[in-house]
Design a protein around this ligand. Structure first.
Ligand SMILES: [Zn+2]
Length: 278
């Protein structure tokens, strides 16, 4: 069985953050944060190996894809680093049996979401897919579902777990902490969290058949409210419809093409270049 472990860092127990200025989140790739993240991933990998995983790819999904300590990574896992230049093409494809999201956080604007943001707190105010507000958990889930890969476990703060359950309908979760605000948080003991991650990863992979695949619509419309109007100018130049000074709309009948447009590709180019067919 081949597994994809998608990762972020804000949702790891003990990972600390502060506001950088009035707007964004301060970079938190400290050595301690990276070590705590790697430890949580290793606990997940242990559980997956126990449940019969034969191939495990860990995707370093935070910021510049430079958060996981490869020298401390569990020997059963390989590490995928994305330079961002080709985004959204990733290591996800239809060869995987299931995916997990570890250390994730809630969408921008969720009051009790620790360090809540949507991809870039200096650029994205919010996004709506076919009228529903969507964040990183949802987008990650849809990228996997696009290739027929179900998401079987999500870990992060209480708000991220709630968001995952709302989005996927029902999915196994491990709560790592509980936030009172964007930067004030009660961390669960990291040793206990790792124990749960191992147990739940093992259980989730063993019961994989119980996880439904998220259904994809046939037509997609992504509305993006950007932080600054010049960001909307860039999308408008590539053909996006502009609704407002800083709101644009992207459209496609293919989810990955839509997401590629959000990442700066002209419509239709990304999937053709990488020969991606559903
Ligand atoms: Zn994130």
């Amino acid at each position: 069985m081949k597994l994809l472990v998608m990762t972020d860092i804000e949702g790891v127990s003990g990972v600390n953050g502060r506001k950088a200025d009035a707007v964004g989140n301060k970079v938190i790739n400290t050595e301690a944060a990276c070590r705590l993240l790697t430890e949580e991933i290793n606990a997940v990998v242990e559980g997956l190996v126990e449940a019969g995983a034969s191939e495990i790819m860990v995707w370093d999904g935070h910021g510049g894809s430079n958060s996981i300590q490869i020298e401390n990574l569990h020997p059963a896992a390989e590490l995928f680093i994305s330079g961002g230049d080709l985004a959204p093409v990733t290591c996800i494809d239809s060869s995987y049996d299931a995916a997990l999201q570890i250390g994730v956080h809630a969408t921008m604007g969720v009051a009790d979401g620790f360090m809540n943001h949507t991809f870039n707190s200096h650029a994205v105010v919010n996004m709506w897919l076919n009228g529903e507000r969507i964040g990183e958990i949802g987008i990650g889930g849809l990228q996997c579902a696009y290739f027929g890969v179900p998401t079987i476990l999500v870990s992060g703060d209480a708000a991220a777990c709630r968001e995952a359950n709302d989005f996927f309908g029902q999915v196994a979760t491990v709560e790592t902490k509980k936030a009172l605000s964007r930067y004030t948080v009660q961390n669960h003991n990291p040793i206990q969290v790792r124990k749960q991650l191992k147990e739940q990863a093992q259980k989730a992979l063993s019961g994989k058949a119980g996880f439904a695949l998220k259904k994809l619509a046939g037509q997609f419309e992504l509305k993006v409210e950007l932080m600054c109007p010049n960001m909307a100018d860039d999308y408008e130049k590539r053909g996006a419809e502009r609704l407002d000074h800083n709101i644009i709309v992207l459209r496609s009948d293919d989810f990955l093409d839509l997401w590629a447009q959000r990442n700066g590709w002209a419509p239709g180019v990304h999937n053709k270049k990488f020969n991606i067919q559903r």
